[in-house]
Design a protein around this ligand. Structure first.
Ligand code: SF4
Length: 446
């Protein structure tokens, strides 16, 4: 359904201007609904007709698909084409593939590697989200047993990939309750596979030779009452995949085209590491829902997961660490005290460099709304007075015996104010760049 305007929505409201929704008039409320800044449930007098019409119109342009036993792996729900317009919401899920013809040793090794893989970046723990199991044997029991084993070991939702209806049915039953993905239904197998997906609670990836046929297929499946759909495009090059991903997302967001308003699934079946990485990057930056890697490669995961973290971080909310005093190493009461801001990146770089210098120290991190040192200083959040207030508030003077504090070189100008606000303390101006902390420590502290 096309997006409704505020005036069209107002015609569906009671028009009593009772204000119970928090807006002064029904028209004002209708305008908020049109801008997706309010929900119809806030009007207690909305008619059934209004709920039906507006419910369909207010569905997210890209449907949310929930996967996993706890349904915590969410795909879709995006509302903008470009991250800087607002933010991207649900990051591209990364899956690692195994084939049912691989050796048992290699399968176990991959499953355990995926289960145990954790990459820490700016305080976030990043993991592989899914396991993809591909039926290459054509043997239903073998494929189903492997799906069950993969789910048991890796404890991740699966992408079950087979063109054999019997194999898919057996596997879907074997991991019922895992909220996994069946891949992929085509115009010939859709009716049967919708039934299998429905009976076992899985999402269904659908595919067709071109976008027109795919659109017709998703519309037909939705009409049948099943809406747990993922789009699996048949593409044969990076540029084609880029184009199809972009056309689909634009159609869903800009034209409210519901038949393409679903997250996508992309299998990367092999190739050189550089080509695989490029395909993954395309999916992460251009609207991919699930991206299946052909094998487990920690070196590749480091780079693509770091990229994914950057793309899916809300640009309006800097990543922050909790304002407090952090021990670096095993400091005691006489260890030096450094200070920096609570912008995650700044904190992790500074604490890492202190650690590299081999000294044990305290790192004081006051509340700076997640800003970097110079930005926080310019905004008045990292002044001598505010730092002193924070230090007194957390009782640092009772925690440490030292009365020297090392401030970042970029804010040397706050040293006078800080000394005035913290009587008895000596302020030492540290290096401007975190990379120089090690030489600073060697020259001034050790
Ligand atoms: S609560 Fe409903 S009827 Fe009352 S003003 Fe708001 S939209 Fe109108």
């Amino acid at each position: 359904m096309a997006k409704l305007t505020g005036l069209q929505i107002q015609k569906l409201l009671p028009k009593t201007n009772c204000k119970e929704c928090g807006s002064n008039t029904c028209l004002a409320f209708a305008m908020k609904l049109a801008a997706q800044k309010a929900e119809l449930s806030e009007c207690p007098y909305a008619s059934e007709e209004a709920k039906q019409i507006l419910g369909a119109a207010s569905e997210p342009p890209v449907k949310c698909i929930e996967l996993g036993v706890d349904k915590k792996l969410r795909l879709g729900e995006e509302t903008v084409l470009y991250r800087h317009e607002k933010t991207f919401v649900n990051q591209t899920a990364l899956a690692v593939n195994i084939n049912d013809t691989d050796s048992p040793e290699s399968i176990e090794k991959t499953l355990v590697s995926v289960r145990d893989y954790v990459l820490e970046r700016v305080g976030e723990k990043l993991r592989v989200d899914m396991i993809s199991v591909t039926d290459k044997s054509g043997e239903p029991a073998k494929f189903a047993n492997l799906c069950a084993r993969a789910f048991e070991v890796a404890k991740r939702p699966l992408v079950m990939r087979s063109s054999n209806l019997q194999s898919i049915s057996a596997a879907a039953k074997a991991v019922k309750g895992s909220n996994s993905v069946i891949a992929s239904a085509n115009p010939k197998t859709a009716v049967e596979l919708v039934k299998v997906a429905q009976e076992n609670g899985h999402a269904l990836a659908v595919t067709a030779p071109n976008l027109d046929e795919l659109t017709a297929l998703t519309a037909k499946i939705k009409e049948s009452g099943f809406n747990n759909i993922i789009l699996n495009f048949e593409t044969f090059s990076l540029s084609e995949q880029f184009q199809v991903n972009s056309i689909t997302r634009r159609a869903a967001l800009k034209d409210s085209f519901k038949a393409l308003g679903y997250p996508s699934l992309k299998f990367i079946d092999g190739g050189e590491m550089f080509d695989i990485s490029t395909d993954v990057i395309n999916e992460i930056t251009k609207y991919g829902g699930i991206c299946v890697l052909p094998y487990f490669d920690p070196a590749m995961l480091v780079s693509v997961m770091t990229l994914r973290l950057n793309i899916y971080t809300d640009p309006q909310k800097p990543i922050q660490v909790e304002p407090k005093v952090y021990p670096v190493g095993e400091p005691d009461r006489n260890s030096p005290v450094f200070i920096t801001t609570n912008f995650s990146l700044t904190y992790f770089i500074v604490s890492g460099e202190i650690e590299n210098s081999g000294t044990n120290a305290w790192l004081v991190v006051p509340e700076c709304e997640g800003m970097s040192v110079l930005t926080a200083w310019a905004a008045g959040k990292f002044s001598g007075a505010s730092i002193a207030k924070f230090i007194k508030g957390i009782g640092l003077e009772e925690q440490v015996a030292t009365r020297q504090i090392i401030i970042p070189g970029y804010v040397a100008q706050i040293s006078g104010e800080l000394e005035e606000s913290l009587p008895g303390w000596k302020v030492i101006v540290g290096p401007q760049e975190a990379a120089d902390i090690e030489s600073f420590v060697k020259a001034r502290i050790k």
